[in-house]
Design a protein around this ligand. Structure first.
Ligand SMILES: NC(=O)C1=CN([C@@H]2O[C@H](COP(=O)(O)OP(=O)(O)OC[C@H]3O[C@@H](n4cnc5c(N)ncnc54)[C@H](O)[C@@H]3O)[C@@H](O)[C@H]2O)C=CC1
Ligand SMILES: O=C(O)[C@@H]1CCC=N1
Length: 274
């Protein structure tokens, strides 16, 4: 891509995405990052990426403007950029959880091509999963461009209903945290069964990796794969019965519901008028 991709906010997710683009061979001089914190920019500047603490200067050179600040500060970050954005008309790619495309468009002066993207932190190890939604002003070329940027760090899927971005957030955006939570619980349980920390940890993590690799490559879905582990009258059966008795499925349903609802709440609280 010969276009310049500019990131506003150079934190965890922007770092992962920019790192993925560099690893894919995107020219460093075609990347630009801005952040109020100079410390966040140093590592990228040393790789030849253009950096600034001035968001206006960043917006003045970006063909694609990736919004990677927290949802709580997005409005204040964008409003001063409306003039420069209206003059340059970059593709806007927002990774901010909850904030509707219409709010972003309004804060930036209207009539803009906007993609909402919901990536996740495994992007840091090129194993990300991103859901994408495009507003009606995004044509096929711009769709391909957005998918190429997010595709540098993992898989991408499109949703055609913006409300489904909150569902994507519930499954994959926040999803890594659920798996880490399960890992924490398994390590702790392994320790209480007499394993030392290092042993419980390495067995847990390798099992998570193996299960994910199997689930991605196998000829069968997770339910069948689970059945193949579960010998009738054996040990796994007892474990799954205990998980069912603990209503773990219901807990996951509630967790994802709460996550998606928080996305909608952020839209109401932070994305409202003005
Ligand atoms: N962390 C995650 O798992 C995911 C985060 N997101 C979204 O990505 C966005 C960024 O999240 P993280 O990277 O985790 O946060 P972060 O806190 O690591 O990065 C945000 C960066 O924005 C900078 N910043 C703050 N005010 C600024 C301003 N006025 N101008 C320029 N830079 C400014 C901060 O210094 C910081 O480096 C959020 O909107 C979040 O909803 C989306 C998917 C997953
Ligand atoms: O927790 C959050 O709000 C962000 C969005 C998805 C993952 N982290």
């Amino acid at each position: 891509m010969t276009i310049t991709i500019g990131f506003i906010g150079a934190g965890n997710m922007a770092g992962a995405l920019a790192g993925g683009l560099l690893a894919r061979g995107h020219a460093p001089e075609r990347l630009a990052l801005s952040d109020t914190s100079e410390q966040q920019l140093q590592a990228f500047r040393s790789q030849g990426v253009w950096t600034t603490q001035d968001n206006q200067a960043l917006a003045a050179r970006a063909d694609v403007l990736v919004l990677a600040v927290k949802p709580q500060v997005l409005k204040d970050v964008l409003k001063p950029l409306a003039g420069i954005v209206q003059a340059r008309r970059p593709l806007i790619v927002s990774i901010a959880a909850g904030i509707p495309a219409a709010s972003i468009e309004r804060w930036l002066g209207g009539n803009l091509a906007i993609v909402r993207a919901m990536p996740n932190t495994p992007a840091l190890v090129q194993a990300g999963a991103t859901g994408l939604y495009a507003n009606p002003r995004v044509d096929e070329t711009l769709r391909a461009r957005a998918a190429e940027i997010l595709g540098a760090v993992g898989i991408t899927v499109w949703v055609e209903d913006e409300a489904l971005i909150d569902s994507v957030t519930a499954v994959s955006g926040s999803g890594p945290a659920y798996f880490f939570y399960v890992m924490e619980a398994m390590v702790a349980a392994g320790r209480s069964l007499g394993l030392d920390e290092a042993t419980a940890r390495s067995l847990t993590l390798q099992t998570a990796l193996g299960a994910a690799q199997m689930a991605i490559t196998a000829d069968a879905g997770p339910e069948e794969l689970r059945r193949r582990v579960t010998s009738p009258g054996g040990t796994t059966e007892r474990a799954i019965a205990a998980l069912d008795a603990g209503k773990v499925r219901e807990a996951f349903a509630n967790a994802l519901q709460a996550c998606a609802a928080r996305g909608a709440e952020l839209a109401d609280v932070l994305g409202g008028q003005d």
